[in-house]
Design a protein around this ligand. Structure first.
Ligand code: IPM
Ligand code: MN
Length: 364
């Protein structure tokens, strides 16, 4: 298979982790006889420095014309004081909206080897954590009308969802649940928000097409609490853009480290998907060979699965990551007792972690 992948290395640790994901993709290509071509796309802080625009149109076009897009991370303190339209985050929203990737899948899976890195008590995580957060990504308050009064004394953002937007994201949620544990939890704030009440009505209607799936509803405040009280009750969580943003950070920490969580952002299937670790650009550790590349590597696995339909190859990456963790290799964020890990000779940097995954993949 020949595929062209757009790489947005981005800012901070973005370039560090994308480099390792590319190494792993190249070893998949070698092992399974595929050819992956790469093209570089500049977005985020780097694009502000170079073009005074976080996402120039030509850069978005490069993504739209690729078979898939891999992104590291964007942003950093250097650009924090710019006005809203010139911030690196604008590139992310521009990519998501421009590529029409409305469905953001964020699997929060706890590797059993890393149980001790979870802040939750053993008895709470005894039955594991395996949650798929299905976050709506191109609507809601992120994209709704916003503004400020001329005197600067008030400002607003709008949460608005159409039936069509809710339907298509919930379908993704139900279909994902069919392949998992057959349970969908819709998270909302229907006791307060009318947009949430529309989510509930639409969910109940669509549920008729998926009678074998159990559907329940939770208010977002309760869901945030239930995630730490009893995370194994969740299978698929389907929710709005902002609630999904918040709950996925929470869920990632429960699995041990935000450095492990991959994500896939998908549209209607007619264009490329956008794959990125959910962590940020962590400028304080950028370029130091410390960052955990596993979330980026696992995002590449999702790319193979969803955009290229290469399930065996995706599994090969996931199994390689699993065996590297089995062998005890740890980056700083998942080391637990750092001194002990170092003494055992198992503390590795970004590049070594990538190399370990490559050799596990090629030797299995
Ligand atoms: C994420 C990030 C982004 C978001 C920010 C950087 C705009 O937190 O991908 O979760 O809020 O969606
Ligand atoms: Mn976030």
């Amino acid at each position: 298979m020949n595929k062209e992948i757009a790489l947005i290395r981005g800012d901070g640790i973005g370039p560090d982790v994308v480099e390792e994901a590319v190494k792993v993709l190249n070893s998949v290509a070698k092992k399974y006889n595929h050819v992956f071509f790469y093209k570089e796309v500049i977005a985020g802080g780097r694009a502000i420095d170079m073009f005074n625009n976080p996402l120039p149109k030509e850069q978005l076009e490069l993504c739209l014309n690729a078979d898939s897009v891999l992104l590291g991370a964007v942003g950093g303190p250097k650009w924090d004081n710019l006005e809203q339209n010139l911030r690196p985050e604008k590139a992310l929203l521009g990519l998501r909206g421009g590529m029409k990737v409305f469905a953001n899948l964020r699997p929060a899976h706890m590797f059993p080897q890393l149980k001790s890195a979870s802040p939750l008590k053993d008895e709470i995580i005894a039955s594991g954590i395996d949650i798929l957060i299905v976050r709506e990504l191109t609507g809601g308050i992120y994209f709704g009308e916003k503004g400020m009064s001329p005197d600067g004394n008030s400002a607003w953002d709008t949460e608005m969802y159409s039936k069509k937007e809710i339907e298509r994201i919930l379908k993704v949620g139900f279909e994902a649940a069919e392949k998992r544990c057959k349970k969908v939890t819709v998270v909302d704030k229907a006791n307060i928000l009318s947009s949430s009440r529309l989510w509930r009505t639409v969910a109940e209607n669509i549920h008729r097409e998926y009678p074998e799936i159990e559907l329940n509803f939770l208010y977002v405040d309760n869901a945030a609490m239930q995630l730490v009280r009893n995370p194994s009750q969740f299978d698929v969580i389907a929710t709005s853009n902002m609630f999904g943003d918040i709950l996925s950070d929470e869920a990632s920490q429960l699995t041990g480290s935000i450095g492990l969580l991959a994500s896939a952002s998908l549209g209607d299937g007619s264009g490329p998907g956008l794959y990125e670790p959910i962590h940020g650009s962590a400028p304080d550790i950028a370029g130091k060979n410390i960052a955990n590349p596993l979330a980026a590597i696992l995002s590449a696995a999702l790319m193979l699965r969803y955009d290229f339909k290469l399930e065996d190859e995706a599994l090969a990456i996931e199994n390689a990551v699993n065996s590297v963790l089995d062998e005890g290799w740890r980056t700083l964020d998942i080391a637990g007792n750092v001194e002990k890990t170092r003494a055992l000779g198992k503390l590795v940097g970004t590049k070594e972690m990538g190399d370990r995954v490559v050799s596990a993949l090629l030797n299995n």
